[in-house]
Ligand binder design. Structure first.
Ligand SMILES: Cc1ncc(COP(=O)(O)O)c(C=O)c1O
Length: 385
């Protein structure tokens, strides 16, 4: 059997390798403190579960859903955007349901990228932007996210010939993996830049509800005229601790949302209707659990941040996301330090270079474990490093 050449180009998905390593060590009886994947350990709100049960009992959800989502789900998304960001969306044309934002992002390439086309992708970044480009036969031009630029891309120095070939610009603030945030002026600049260069601006807003110390992230669609050139991806995964439910949304530019929906209608058949009804409950009911969750993550962030500072690490305190992007000690690489943490301390972190070459010199901690485990990790590091 002959596999595609495409398959040879893509590395195994980052977390597949990490999960394998973790399982191997656990088999040896090692107690691993896992700061690896960003999968919230907190519970899906109980009222969402309750709604799901109710729906299963009372509403027939067994048939194929529509690719774009139930109109009631799309309306709930539009209402949520209005309430949260004061952004107006037409639920019919400017909203599409997704089987999680990863699914939507990865299918977008098939609507926009032909062989030979380029995409502008931050480095480091969520791996799907680069790999999705490859799968569609395109190549990415990587925009370094450097500490001295507050982990924002430098849009002014992209070579003209690259810009000519590029179709998409990806931005993701609050950012995975650096936890950086962007202010209004950056979003304004990105919108202007995409208009001038005929690019679709792809905003990945997965972490918009995870701001700390009173910080509230914004949507790029708040910028006047953004809808002319921007599509935004969001999901219920991180906001409502619903990663396994697989539900998200693409919103914004009508043409882009419809182009994505056309691809999707040929490869998937939408989201299980009962999940959409439960998602409506999450989006429309009281958002109290969101702020409660953030308090939990804020406390964990404080504990890990203070602990790492006391160990001599030096980096800015994250304002958002549940990640910490930590520079490795002098003389270490991302891989050597991640290995040291794992083997000496039983602590699993993600080597920063897994998110791109510019991630070399960093490791990423996800604070998706209880505070007692974070405290235990600090104790172990103080003892062993
Ligand atoms: C930046 C970013 N975008 C998108 C996703 C995908 O989330 P989901 O497919 O669960 O909506 C993640 C998940 O970790 C992420 O970190």
């Amino acid at each position: 059997m002959r596999k595609s050449k495409r398959l040879d180009q893509i590395p195994p998905y980052l977390f597949v390798k990490i999960e394998e390593k973790k399982a191997e060590l656990q088999k040896q009886g090692i107690d691993i403190i896992d700061f690896g994947i960003g999968d919230p350990d907190l519970e899906t709100p109980s009222h969402v579960f309750k709604k799901m049960h109710e729906v299963l009992e009372t509403k027939d959800s067994s048939n194929y859903p529509s690719t774009k989502g139930e109109l009631s789900f799309r309306k709930a998304v539009a209402d949520w955007y209005k309430k949260r960001f004061n952004v107006d969306l037409d639920p019919v044309n400017e909203v599409c349901s997704l089987i999680g934002s990863k699914e939507g992002l990865s299918h977008l390439f098939f609507a926009y990228v032909d062989p030979g086309d380029m995409t502008l992708v931050p480095d480091p970044s969520y791996p799907v932007y680069g790999i999705g480009t490859l799968l569609a036969g395109g190549t990415s031009y990587y925009l370094p996210l450097k500490k001295e630029n507050n982990f924002l891309p430098d849009l002014d120095n992209i070579p003209k010939d690259i810009l000519k070939k590029s179709k998409l610009l990806f931005i993701n603030y609050p950012n995975n993996p650096t936890s950086a945030v962007a202010d209004r002026s950056f979003f304004e600049k990105a919108v202007k830049f995409c208009k001038e260069n005929n690019l679709l601006l792809v905003s990945d807003l997965a972490y918009s509800e995870m701001g700390y110390d009173g910080y509230k992230p914004m949507s790029v669609l708040e910028i006047p005229g953004a809808k002319d050139i921007a599509i935004e991806f969001h999901s219920l995964s991180k906001t409502y601790n619903m990663t396994g439910w697989r539900i998200g949304m693409a919103v914004g530019n009508k043409e882009a949302v419809q182009a994505l929906a056309t691809i999707k209608s040929n490869v998937d058949s939408g989201v299980f209707k009962a999940i959409q009804f439960a998602a409506i409950e999450a989006l429309t009911a009281s958002q109290e659990t969101v702020s409660k969750n953030n308090k939990v993550f804020e406390e964990r962030r404080n504990i890990l941040f203070e602990g790492l500072l006391s160990l001599g690490f030096n980096f800015p305190k994250p304002k958002a996301t549940f990640y910490m992007w930590v520079p490795v000690p002098t003389g270490e690489t991302s891989a050597s330090f991640a290995q040291k943490l794992l083997e000496k301390c039983g602590i699993l972190v993600v080597p920063g270079n897994g998110y791109g070459a510019e991630g070399e010199g960093y490791v990423r901690f996800a604070i998706t474990i209880p505070k007692a485990r974070i405290e235990e990790a600090i104790v172990r590091m103080k003892k062993e490093l």
